[in-house]
Ligand binder design. Structure first.
Ligand code: FES
Length: 583
């Protein structure tokens, strides 16, 4: 049983933020203390001690985060051991599998919840408990804007899925086996067996999807303790990590080390290097750009491409590779990856461990070279995510080339245009659909405004008639996102999006589209006069939401190349105790 250690205790003049609430000798101080004591704590538990918020995205609506109450208890033990006073509080949670139309629509709303909860309460530091894809970036965005000492504890990946001797990963194998089912190559019964065999424990998806990617990126940024990204959710070492994080946050408060001290341009470059080395999710690009906007760092989309060619791809995980997160942890996890590319990292970057990146990864070794390749034998000399520009995407688009059929990286074909996701669902399996293996599928009205929220619709299903012919990949283009667990020759995040008049809105069936990954270009091969005529005839689609948060989102969301934050959320807040008094 944990006990409260004596110290650190602060005199109020040392500037604990919480002292503005608890050390006052007036009616406000009386009320703050008296009501807190109703929770059964005494003065000695909190007076002069750093108050540590445990910001918990636990929810039974979010299976990936359902075990976070247990991790919160471990964090509390650590906080108490170090002499702090822990208080757990809930925030909105975002679950990929159940939330419609997409969690991305609500990332910024959850970020506001996190930020304003931190601002409004007497917290000196905060531990962010995150799991499912968007709960991690939403929490970090909020904490970055509140800018008090913060540590992230991710919930960890599920155990590997197993089906009939095969390792199956969420959800890369869902897409694969669904296409096998649509093509008639597996039965409905087998498909149900796979459903029952995939999700074997608590935790987030165990491919290198968005949740795993964001956990790795968080570690690379220095916001979580080293080695924390890959520990399986149900491994006792994850609770130990949470306990250590509880001790570490008290130390961070003592040193007043804030997100703005950690989220420097150098830290972002480290994160981008890691993103390429792990062949991570395209979604990370949006989130990192949004973080940078909160802390005033210039992080252009182009930088992701500039760092791509010189960063080797080292981690062989699905969807781009073969293994799963449990294998990754046993192979050495992220410290082993980072230790392979020290020359590409800013080793002096500061982290929440109190040590630099270089100190964190010193001595880290690869245990299994099938899963994590040494830098001398990479899976590819260059990284995985490229940024495209051209007449179809003047403000950029992204593509995960490691997940694509390499034959399609230089490609020219005729467009098949789907007006929106409903049009796609209605026609994609129509035997009369005019398409062949050279076709280029185009989906519009799936961007930040058009979706709304830029849903993960970018992995357009291959038309059934082509699947039956054995076609396994096709060039697909949209202003949507793609699940980090998906794969294929998929161009995403086209900006500006079609719903606000981007060139994607002007594509007609049969137009020629040319992709050249070598030159990083994506062009609509239609002459300027014709395009001008189409632009004159274009009318903006009617907006779907006319009230509430969705209206706010539609009016203020930034485009993909700017991270999809709300324009008014960029920057930081004042977090001095706003002196609201009773008298
Ligand atoms: Fe939560 Fe995949 S559904 S991480």
């Amino acid at each position: 049983m944990a006990t409260i250690r004596n110290g650190p205790r602060y005199e109020s003049e040392r500037g604990l933020r919480s002292s503005e609430w608890f050390d006052r000798r007036d009616l406000d101080g009386f009320l703050h203390r008296s009501w807190l004591k109703s929770e059964g704590v005494t003065d000695d538990a909190f007076r002069g001690r750093p108050v540590i918020g445990i910001c918990n995205s636990w929810s039974e609506l979010v299976n990936c985060n359902v075990h976070l109450r247990g991790l919160a208890e471990a964090v509390k033990r650590g906080v108490l051991q170090a002499g702090g006073f822990p208080l757990e509080f809930p925030v909105m949670s975002l679950g990929e599998s159940l939330m419609k139309p997409t969690t991305m629509l609500y990332r910024n709303l959850m970020a506001m919840d996190v930020e304003e909860s931190i601002r409004a309460y007497p917290l000196d530091g905060v531990v962010l408990l995150t799991g499912c894809d968007k709960t991690n970036p939403a929490s970090i965005l909020g904490a970055a804007s509140a800018n008090i000492p913060s540590i992230v504890v991710t919930g960890g990946p599920m155990l590997n899925g197993h089906w009939r001797g095969n390792q199956i990963g969420s959800c890369s194998d869902c897409w694969h086996y669904n296409e096998e089912r649509r093509a008639g190559r597996i039965t409905e019964e087998a498909f149900t067996e796979i459903e029952n065999s995939m999700s074997r424990s608590h935790g987030h998806c165990m491919t290198m999807g968005t949740a795993s990617t964001m956990a790795c990126v968080t570690e690379a940024l220095g916001l979580t303790l080293p080695g924390g990204a890959a520990i399986p959710a149900v491994d006792s070492r994850r609770a130990q990590l949470a306990e250590r994080s509880g001790r570490a946050i008290v130390d961070l408060v003592a040193r007043d080390l804030k997100p703005s001290d950690i989220l420097t341009h150098r830290a972002f470059e480290n994160a981008i290097r890691v993103l390429h080395a792990i062949s991570g999710s395209t979604n990370a690009i949006l989130h990192l750009i949004a973080y940078a906007g909160r802390v005033g760092v210039d992080l252009p989309l182009q930088l992701f491409d500039e760092l791509c060619e010189s960063t080797p791809w080292l981690v062989d995980l699905k969807p781009a590779g073969h293994f799963l997160m449990e294998d990754f942890y046993y192979a050495g996890g992220l410290p082993a990856v980072m230790a392979q590319i020290p020359d590409l990292l800013h080793l002096d970057a500061v982290t929440v461990s109190g040590m630099t990146v270089g100190e964190n990864i010193a001595g880290a070794e690869i245990v299994n070279q099938d899963v994590i390749r040494p830098a001398s034998e990479p899976l590819d000399e260059g990284g995985s995510l490229v940024v495209l520009r051209g007449s179809l995407c003047p403000d950029g688009a992204v593509m995960k080339i490691t997940a694509a059929d390499s034959q399609l990286l230089q490609h020219e074909g005729h467009a098949i245009v789907f007006e929106d996701v409903h049009d796609l669902a209605a026609r994609v399996d129509d035997p009369e659909l005019e398409c062949d293996e050279t076709s280029v599928m185009v989906l519009r009205n799936a961007g930040p405004v058009g979706g709304p929220g830029m849903p993960e619709w970018g992995h357009l299903p291959i038309p059934a008639k082509l699947l039956e012919r054995g076609v396994t990949d096709l060039l697909r283009i949209s202003d949507a996102r793609m699940s980090g667990t998906s794969y294929g020759a998929v161009v995403l995040h086209v900006a500006p999006e079609s719903a606000i008049g981007g060139p994607l809105a002007l594509v007609h069936d049969g137009d020629v589209i040319r992709l050249d990954v070598r030159s990083r270009t994506l062009d609509l091969v239609v002459d300027d006069a014709e395009l001008a005529a189409r632009r004159d005839a274009w009318t903006q689609p009617q907006r779907k939401d006319e009230r509430g948060y969705r209206l706010l989102h539609a009016e203020h969301v930034l485009q993909a190349n700017e991270g999809c934050d709300l324009d008014f959320l960029r920057g930081r807040s004042r977090v001095v105790a706003d002196a609201v008094t009773y008298l």
